[in-house]
Design a protein around this ligand. Structure first.
Ligand SMILES: *Cc1c(COP(=O)(O)O)cnc(C)c1O
Length: 353
């Protein structure tokens, strides 16, 4: 740290992304990426002509991509905001809608607390119920922005659209951000409620179900006034926030929606397979609607299993937080990857007997 850094940033606890090691080839089940490549349409769209056009700025209005997404979801382009990954939208929301502070579940996506700290926001971390589920009754705000990942991470548990509607009704004076990064793996999106609730901001991403984590593309769906608030922040930070290659890839990915939905079905099948196999090995697996499962065993500690899997060339995500330290979050990959994971786990349990 240099002596030039502003005091308020010196004590920041930054977000720790999952490992992206380069030392050898791992089976990567640690950052919830897709095992499937982008669609053929995406691969064709990112072509030589697009690369040549990189000398030009990208379209700051992103009209083509907004139109494609609006069409897919049956909303208007004015209801869509685009950003360089959905993390950026969450960041903008913490900047924009937190006059009275923010509240979010104590165990959830770690970035919420980082954004709150970054912007010096007064925030409340709401404990989960003992079964790790979110109790919607807890979110009766006094004007605090509510942020809920649905399905939640790292648990994979979902609230129903009815529950979300209850939270919207209980918080008429604040924005309710529903982070639907994992919604395509069996959850139900609440975006149809934007017509009824002007305080609803639904955030989704191309990183997980659309095999584009490396392209950095996220979007929000909301009433057009909330969207225009986000646009104000965008035009005050980075008007060209979607690069040309990502824009072209995004339009093609929306066109190829069926391909991605089929991939999600395969992930759901592999999730069921992995859950069954782990349960047969005595694991407790939280029922997940995401492309990961959260599991623990009373035969082996969370960290020990994580380290032993890593020795075997398989990466999963372990969190050191006390309440969840017995668990590992395991991304659902291809069938072959999950078979390798189960085989290695079986062997590890044998070896410690
Ligand atoms: C992965 C993830 C994101 C971030 O996605 P990007 O679009 O890649 O920035 C946001 N929220 C949750 C809960 C996530 O797991």
């Amino acid at each position: 740290m240099s002596k030039f850094l502003k005091a308020r940033y010196c004590s920041l606890e930054v977000y720790t992304p999952g490992e992206q090691p380069r030392d050898k080839k791992y089976i990567k089940l640690n950052t919830n990426e897709s095992p499937f490549p982008p669609s053929e349409g995406v691969i064709k769209a990112v072509n030589e002509n697009e690369v040549r056009d990189l000398r030009l700025y990208s379209d700051p209005t992103a009209n083509a991509l907004k139109a494609a997404l609006a069409d897919l979801h049956g909303v208007r382009p004015e209801n869509i905001f685009l950003s360089n990954g959905s993390d950026d939208i969450l960041n903008f929301s913490f900047m924009a809608f937190t006059e009275k502070g923010a509240m979010f579940p104590e165990i959830s996506y770690g970035f919420y607390e980082v954004f709150a700290e970054l912007h010096g926001i007064d925030y409340v971390k709401v404990p989960l119920k003992s079964d790790f589920s979110v109790d919607p009754e807890d979110y009766t705000g006094d004007g605090k922005m509510v942020v809920i990942a649905n399905p939640n991470a790292p648990t994979g548990l979902c609230l129903s659209v009815n529950d979300i509607e209850g939270i919207l009704k209980a918080n008429p004076k604040s924005v309710v951000v529903i982070d639907e990064a994992y919604v395509d793996f069996g959850g139900q999106s609440c975006y149809p409620l934007i017509n009824k609730y002007k305080n609803l901001l639904v955030v989704q991403t191309f990183s997980k179900s659309r095999s584009m984590a490396g392209a950095r593309l996220g979007f929000a769906i909301a009433d057009e006034e909330l969207i225009s608030d986000l646009e104000r922040i965008k035009y005050s930070t980075n008007p060209y926030n979607i690069n040309r290659l990502t824009m072209a890839a995004g339009v093609a990915a929306v066109k190829d929606n069926d391909y991605y939905m089929e991939n999600c079905q395969k992930i759901i099948e592999n999730r069921d397979y992995t859950t069954r196999e782990l349960e047969a090995l005595g694991f407790y697996v939280i029922p997940s609607k995401a492309n990961f499962i959260f599991a623990k065993s009373d035969k082996i500690g969370g960290e020990e299993l994580y380290l032993k899997l890593k020795d075997n060339g398989i990466l999963v995500r372990h969190f050191t937080k006390e309440a969840i330290k017995d668990f590992n979050r395991i991304t659902i990959g291809s069938k072959a990857e999950m078979e390798a994971f189960i085989k290695a786990t079986k062997q590890i349990l044998e070896d410690i007997k």
